[in-house]
Write a protein that binds this ligand. Sequence first.
Ligand code: ZN
Length: 247
Amino acid sequence: MFTWKNAWKEIEDAQVKTAVVTIGSTEQHGTNLPLSTDTLIAESLAVMIAEELDAYLTPPIPIGQSGMWLEYPGSLSLSAETLKAVIADLVESLVKTGFTTILFVSIHGANEVVYRGFPETLQEKYPGVRIFTAGYPYWVRKNWEEVWSKALKRAELPEMVHADEVETSLIMSIHPELVGPNPTDGPLPNDRYPKGKTMRQTYPSGSMGYPSRATKEKGDRLWKELRLLVMEDVKKQLRQAQHSPQP
Ligand SMILES: [Zn+2]
C-alpha cells in the first residue's frame, strides 16, 4: 500500500494504477463517539482494500453531507455541489497522474453524491478509467444484502442506525481510546426525517438506538465479517469491470 507519506517516485516505480479514496463525514455521533466516526470506519475499510490491492490510499475527504446534524456543535457539512466539485477535482488529479482504477469508500448514508449518479457521470467523462464505490451504507440497498446485512447477521447484531450499538461497537474495536464513558440511548427512527420537529428535538443525545449495549467484542466480531464481505465485493466489482468491454 502507498499513501501520501510515500514519495511520488515510489508510486511511479511500483506502477501503482489503483487509488482508494475515503469519503467520510464530520458529524455528531451521540454523547460518547467522535465526530469522525464515519470517516474512521470508512478509512479502516479503505486501508484494508488498499493493502490487499497494493493501491494508493489517498488522504481522506473527512467532511461529507451532514446538513441534518447542524444543531450539534462540531458537525460540518459540504453541499452536494461542493462535495461533487471536490471529488471531481480529485478524480481529475488521479486520472492526469496515470491512475486507471479509482475506488471510493464511504459508509455515511447521507453522502448521496457518492452513491447516486455522480460516479456514473465521472465514469462517462473518463471512459478508460474504472470508477467504483464500496462501503455500502445501510440505506443504499444496492449492496446492502451482500455486505452489511450479511455481516450483521453473521455477527448476530441488529441493523445499524446511527451512533447506536453497532456503530459504537465498531469504534470500540478500532479506536477504543476515542469512546467516551457516557453513552446516551435515543429513540429508534420510524422515519429518518421527523415531521414538525427538529432532529435535536427528536434525538436529544444524537443517538438513534442503544449505544449503551455496545461492546468491543461485538465490534471485533462484526469487523471480521465486514472485512471479508467488503473485500469479496470489491474483487467481484473489479472482475465484472474487467469482463465488460472497455472503450
Ligand atoms: Zn455514522
